[in-house]
Structures are given as C-alpha cells and as structure tokens.
Ligand binder design. Structure first.
Ligand SMILES: [Cu+2]
Length: 186
C-alpha cells in the first residue's frame, strides 16, 4: 500500500519535472529550426518592402528601383473602383497573350471565400499573401478588387528591367504601367 503511494508520488514528480523541462525548451526555434532564414517564412523573408497604391489610371510609384538578389515585398492597395491584376514580367506581351494565366486569377478572385476577421482563403494561394518568393519568370501577380490590399514576395536575379502593369481590360494602355529596375549595389 505504502509502496504504491511512493510510486505514485515518484511518478507525479517525474511527470512534473519532465513537463517543466519541455515547457522551458519549447521555443519557436526548437520546433521550427532557424525559421527566420527560411525563404518560405513570408513577411520575415522580405529584406525590403515597397508599397504601391493602385488608382484608376495610374499607380504610384510607377518607376521603381530595387536591389537585385534581395527578397522584395510588394504591398499593393487598390484605391480605385475597378478590379486590377497587377503582373510583373520582362515582356508584358507574354502575359497579355496568356489567357489561361489571367483566367486563373479571375476565377480565383470570384471563388474566394471570405472568413470573418478579414482573413481570406481561396483554393489557390497564387495571388494571396503567399509565403513563396517569386521570380520574374513566374510572372508574380496580385489580383485586387476595389479596396483590397495584397502582397507578393519577389526576388530579382538580374538587372534586366521588369514591366509592372495591370493586364485587365487594357488598363496598361490607360496608364497602369510602370517599370521596375533592379540594380546591383556598388
Ligand atoms: Cu486594371
């Protein structure tokens, strides 16, 4: 009888100390490793942020200089009454002629489910605050309904100029077109 109580007390203490030890060692780093340097760690992976306000016939800034080989976070806010699909490409015509690419964003935009609290879920994360770092060849894009703010993480691997434009309803011809110029630091 007494032996059982002793065992019970011993077990209780060992559980207690085990729990305490685990709680003390339980940091984000212990679970996730060096997550801050993980390129998939979204916002934390951005080394620079650029805020772009999209209007009806122009966006600002429209002439953007970025350092090459850095993760640049582009945050777009649509302050117009129209829907825009802002895309980056070395050759904008490649995107304009790629209706499948454009349609994927349009469908996603309408199929999007809004959850109370403002967080949105879609069945594709291609234009959401996706934690993926995009390359120019992948044609980084954000689909923006009026009033929406969305972001995309991009890395420019060379210093070739990149076109940034809305590819919907010929908006690029109405002024929604600009240039991103990557540079290498001296
Ligand atoms: Cu547009």
């Amino acid at each position: 009888m007494q032996k059982n109580i002793l065992i019970a007390i011993t077990l209780l203490f060992s559980f207690y100390s085990l729990e305490t030890a685990t709680a003390k060692g339980l940091t984000a780093e212990a679970v996730l490793g060096d997550y801050r340097s993980d390129p998939l760690f979204g916002e934390a992976a951005a080394q620079k942020s650029i805020i772009i306000e999209v209007g009806d016939s122009r966006f600002a800034p429209q002439d953007i200089k970025v350092q090459a080989n850095l993760n640049i976070r582009f945050v777009f806010t649509n302050s117009s009454y129209q829907t825009h699909l802002m895309v980056m490409a070395n050759d904008l015509n490649e995107v304009l002629s790629d209706q499948v690419f454009i349609d994927a964003y349009l469908e996603h935009g309408t199929a999007q489910v809004n959850v109370p609290g403002g967080h949105s879920h879609g069945n594709s994360s291609s234009d959401d605050a996706s934690p993926m770092v995009k390359l120019v060849d992948e044609h980084p894009a954000v689909f923006l309904k009026p009033g929406e703010t969305k972001e995309v993480l991009v890395r420019f691997t060379d210093t070739q100029d990149v076109q940034l434009a809305c590819v919907l309803d010929k908006h690029h011809k109405q002024g929604l077109k600009g240039v991103i110029s990557p540079f290498n630091p001296e």
